[in-house]
Design a protein around this ligand. Structure first.
Ligand SMILES: Nc1nc2c(ncn2[C@@H]2O[C@H](COP(=O)(O)OP(=O)(O)OP(=O)(O)O)[C@@H](O)[C@H]2O)c(=O)[nH]1
Length: 611
């Protein structure tokens, strides 16, 4: 039986690139979870190939480490990794809820960043004991003392005992392990109580089926046990119980206070909701764990194959991806211009990009992505045949008759931005242009390390396009950004259509605020003018609201023979050009008589420097 006082459950919180993965690898290496030879293959917790080669599961970024502490006793340290992006905030919150403490890793040269803060506050909300680690002290630009002050001043944590470390050179690793044992409390929990366990994460493994990561709060989980998922209302038979070191190891049981995995012959991750409470069928717990939430996609877009013949392949690929990612959704959609495709929902833009990239790379699909859209709540008045009602609009193409719209609500977010002072002006302008409402502007730190902390409320619609990219580019990468949703608000919103050669291109239609419609429309038309190749005839490009054109550009007519400019010279060059032209064609969509290159769809949505 495991002695609870010898267990420590912790996660690592850090801003992107501050060294979380490198440190995790070091901790695994130091505690002997893997041999040096296995370690030499680079970052353990991130490497897909290693996963396949050695049967080490990467998604299980939770590893059990054995560490002989200063008191001579061996402690079991469960390191729970957390996803590092705002899109996956709920998963992060469940991972944190499964631990008693956290290592806060801060880059000794970069200092505290927005994402560090967001995660720390969550960690504090979970009553975590936080152990600050100042990493990368080997860097010439490292300023550990400044960062120590920042941690105290900005976060309000006592950093006097912060461990100075270099995950890269292996400095401070033993100190970190000892601090985990000394500072982070042991878990509590009654192993004789009815089973109560939290479903922390799940993923699909081709050999094992769905693997579920659990934190047992009370009671015991064993092989052969009949369990119930309380929110899902389903029952399963446990057929494996174990942990990762990071190699998969089977165990006789997981008891109160422990973290590990189970399998129960489950075929799809969609059946396993993160945050659900697992209990025993025969002797159930009286109350489910608090905080369960069903994750809902917030950003929607259409995905269409460039080649209509690839529709089936796209469908199969989406099914395969969904096997392992229940948070993204898709349903069939038909578009007059794009044919058959799917309307897909995502947790955020990064999530969208990950799925899109996997479809392109792993499944070799050529796709057209339509303008991403958030979900609008539309209040409709009654008609002769129908009562007044509210609808959720996921697709600008389904916008109801404007005469029936009483009001439209859009989702808003609260954003926190950290930036060096010199970029502040440009960032304020960006937020202002995106209809932001400034809530707070404070300065933290002093001297050369002074940074502005900005709090803004922004419509999600204005952020989903390229806000993050723009922020990074105007601040040369120094500004950091984090957000949470804060509900919906009424807005003066209209549908803007884009017409190419007088024909509406529904993939490019979007919901915009009336105040910014003209600027957006102009930007779109200008960009499309550059992106759409010339044709044998003049092609007008228009942005319109209802019947009213608000912006217009015209692509002049051109002879299409691209070899004309070779002056009949070099034959190889001529052939190459022709081939290039042919290839280009394969990636175009025909709109009536106009061809639009695939890139135009995404590129046109980027608002560029003028925005
Ligand atoms: N010089 C130095 N570089 C480090 C140290 N720790 C990590 N790095 C480097 O910093 C970069 C980011 O490290 P990661 O461990 O991937 O950071 P992460 O926080 O896991 O980043 P994400 O996975 O993107 O969230 C890598 O290039 C590392 O090699 C350190 O102690 N010293």
């Amino acid at each position: 039986m495991t002695d609870l006082s010898k267990i420590r459950n912790f996660s690592i919180i850090a801003h992107i690139d501050h060294g979380k993965s490198t440190l995790a690898d070091r901790l695994i290496q130091r505690t002997g979870g893997l041999t040096d030879r296995e370690m030499t293959h680079g970052q353990m917790l991130d490497n897909m190939e290693i996963e396949q080669e050695r049967g080490i599961t990467i998604k299980a970024q939770t590893v059990r480490l054995d560490w002989k502490a200063a008191d001579g006793d061996t402690y079991t340290l469960n390191l729970m990794d957390t996803p590092g992006h705002v899109d996956f905030a709920y998963e992060v919150s469940r991972s944190l809820a499964a631990c008693e403490g956290a290592l806060l890793v801060v880059d000794a040269a970069q200092g505290v960043e927005a994402q560090t803060l967001a995660n720390v506050y969550q960690s504090i909300e979970h009553d975590h004991e936080i152990v600050p680690v100042i990493n990368k002290i080997d860097l010439p630009a490292a300023e550990p003392e400044r960062v120590r002050e920042e941690i105290e001043e900005i976060i309000g944590l006592d950093a006097s005992e912060a461990v100075l470390a270099s995950a890269k050179s292996g400095i401070g690793i033993d100190e970190i392990l000892q601090a985990i044992v000394d500072k982070i409390p042991a878990p509590k929990g009654d192993r004789d109580a009815p089973l109560k366990a939290m479903l922390v994460d799940s993923w699909y493994d081709p050999y094992l089926g769905v693997v579920i990561l659990v934190r047992v709060i009370e009671g015991v989980l064993k092989k052969g046990q009949n369990i119930r998922f309380m929110a899902a209302g389903t029952q399963h038979l446990v057929d494996r119980v174990g942990c990762f070191t990071p190699k998969r190891i089977e165990l006789p049981e997981l008891a109160a206070g422990e973290i590990g995995f189970i399998t129960a012959q489950i075929k799809e991750v969609a059946q396993t909701a993160v945050g659900d409470t697992i209990t025993d069928v025969k002797r159930p717990t009286a109350e489910a764990l608090p905080g369960f939430k069903e994750v809902q996609p917030v950003v929607f877009c259409g995905l269409f194959p460039v080649d209509a013949a690839e529709f089936e392949k796209l469908r199969d690929s989406l099914y395969k991806l969904r096997l392992n990612d229940a948070s993204f959704s898709f349903e069939m959609e038909t578009s007059a211009a794009l044919g058959f495709g799917f309307r897909c929902g995502f947790l955020g833009l990064l999530h969208l990009e990950i799925i899109q990239e996997r479809l392109t790379r792993e499944y070799d699909l050529d796709l057209i992505t339509t303008a991403p859209s958030v979900v609008y709540k539309i209040h409709l008045s009654h008609t002769k045949n129908e009562d007044a009602k509210d609808i959720d609009l996921h697709n600008p193409a389904d916008m109801p008759d404007p005469n029936r719209i009483v009001s439209i609500e859009e989702p808003w977010i609260a954003a926190t931005i950290y930036t060096p002072d010199e970029y502040l002006g440009a960032i304020l302008k960006l937020c202002q242009d995106r209809r932001g409402i400034q809530k707070e502007l404070t300065y933290v730190g002093h001297g050369a390390s002074t940074r502005a902390q900005l709090k803004y409320e922004l419509p999600l619609n204005e952020v989903v396009f390229d806000f993050y990219d723009r922020l990074k580019s105007i601040s040369k990468g120094y500004a950091s950004f984090d957000y949470e949703q804060i509900g919906t608000r009424e807005g003066d919103l209209v549908k803007m259509s884009i017409l190419v050669n007088e024909e509406p291109v529904d993939a490019l239609s979007m919901i915009v605020h009336r105040g910014t419609a003209e600027q957006r429309g102009r930007g779109m038309c200008e960009r499309l003018k550059e992106l759409i190749p010339r044709h044998m005839f003049k092609v007008p490009i228009q942005a319109a609201i209802g019947g009213k054109v608000i912006a217009r550009e015209t692509i002049a007519a051109l002879r299409k023979d691209v070899t004309a400019k070779c002056y009949g010279g070099d034959a190889t060059r001529k052939r190459k050009l022709l081939e290039k032209q042919k290839k280009g064609k394969a990636r175009m969509r025909e709109y009536g008589s106009v061809s639009i290159p695939q890139e135009a769809f995404i590129a046109a949505l980027r608002m560029g420097d003028d925005a």
